[in-house]
Design a protein around this ligand. Structure first.
Ligand SMILES: Nc1ncnc2c1ncn2[C@@H]1O[C@H](COP(=O)(O)OP(=O)(O)OP(=O)(O)O)[C@@H](O)[C@H]1O
Length: 361
């Protein structure tokens, strides 16, 4: 059984269009999956949906099987038990996630006590141990967030995520706000902890190079869908989907200084989820689009051993791809229709993002 098995996950924000559309993903214990894509493609929405951390009114359909148990079908009491102890999230921007008026040791201890993993005194001792695990002296437990550097605060967030021994860590742009040297240190720390504790990791970033360097597999999202998925280095070095290729070309190769000087951008902007182009949502920006791409929205399908891509030009291994090329018309926009869905934070069960973060004791 996979540690995480996401099936046909769709998320729609209140009054909006679907931000995540029919995503299937799998992660085995001890493996690392990178989730890449431009701003607004639905990466964070997908991550938050896994633990039902979306704002009130968001609707989720599909299945999120964590160790075989569907998080989307759980009662709220069970969801709260799974957060921190089954899976936990490291958010970007630790300054906003930590409580400014509480000592960091108390903030790390809070989920430990909440989940009855230790007494208050035991949790404080454990907080010190966790700080040491992430490379900070235990004595820093008495510090307030503003007394730490950005990198130290992110280490605290990682310590907190590990506090209740989860099997899965979801790291949403964990190094985005940090300078390059500190970024590398935090990435190596996450890698080391994940390996030592045999955790599953989902790491989200817009930076394909960072993900390829850290993760085993990569999933590239565009307009709420996974458009390519496969072994990380293969997707980065030899992407099959034209969008994944463009994204890969936009980031310099780690260890290849020459590529720093030749990053290639992608013209245009990602589509508005409320006005998606017809057919393949990437076709208006696609340099190799066929006329038929304005009508046909290809499913994610086999594109080689352990690889999947959603493009008509990338057939199953051995199949011939269509040869005709044409310039596609710009998208006219087509409203997305959503089937009925389970509501998050629905009446009687208000849930908000804040709940998963330690609050004032
Ligand atoms: N709370 C919200 N309410 C309504 N729409 C939202 C909300 N949060 C995100 N969205 C919309 O959902 C879509 C996906 O956003 P999301 O933040 O998941 O993308 P992302 O790939 O993580 O982007 P970024 O890298 O900028 O964080 C966007 O169109 C965004 O405007």
């Amino acid at each position: 059984m996979s540690l995480l098995d996401v099936r046909n996950l769709t998320v729609t924000y209140a009054g909006g269009a679907a931000a995540v559309r029919g995503v299937d993903l799998r992660l085995e214990a001890g493996r690392k999956l990178g989730l890449a894509g431009e701003s607004g493609c639905g990466k964070s929405t997908l991550a938050l949906a896994l633990l039902r951390l979306l704002p009130a009114g968001a609707r989720i359909t599909g299945e999120v099987l964590l160790d075989g148990e569907d998080v989307l079908a759980m009662k709220w009491g069970r969801v709260r038990a799974v957060r921190w102890a089954g899976a936990s999230v490291v958010f970007q921007g630790a300054m906003h996630s930590l409580n400014a008026v509480h000592r960091i040791g108390d903030q790390i201890a809070e989920p430990i006590v909440l989940h009855r993993k230790a007494t208050a005194a035991g949790a404080r001792k454990k907080a010190g141990d966790l700080l040491e695990q992430v490379g900070l002296p235990a004595a820093r437990a008495g510090a307030y967030p503003h007394e730490l550097s950005g990198g130290q605060r992110q280490r605290v967030m990682i310590a907190m995520a590990l506090a209740c021994h989860p099997r899965l860590i979801i790291a949403d742009e964990p190094t985005t706000a940090l300078d390059v040297m500190i970024q590398a240190q935090i990435l190596r720390l996450i890698e080391q902890l994940v390996a030592d504790q045999d955790l599953g990791l989902i790491m989200i970033s817009h930076d394909l190079a960072v993900l390829a360097d850290t993760c085993d597999r990569l999933a590239v999202m565009y307009a709420g869908r996974v458009v390519e998925e496969g072994p990380a280095q293969q997707v980065y070095e030899d992407a099959r989907h034209p969008y994944a290729r463009a994204l890969s070309a936009a980031f310099p190769r780690i260890g290849d200084p020459a590529s720093r000087f030749a990053p290639q951008g992608l013209a245009g902007d990602p589509p508005d989820p409320a006005a998606l182009p017809s057919g393949c949502t990437f076709h208006p920006r696609c340099p190799v689009a066929l006329e038929s791409c304005a009508e046909e929205d290809p499913a994610l399908r086999a594109a080689g051993p352990e690889r999947r891509a959603a493009c008509v030009l990338v057939g199953p291994p051995g199949a011939e791809a269509p040869a005709e090329r044409a310039t596609a018309e710009p998208a006219t926009g087509e409203a997305l229709r959503e089937p009925g869905a389970r509501g998050e934070g629905s009446a009687g069960e208000p849930e908000a993002l804040e709940e998963a973060r330690p609050s004032t004791p």
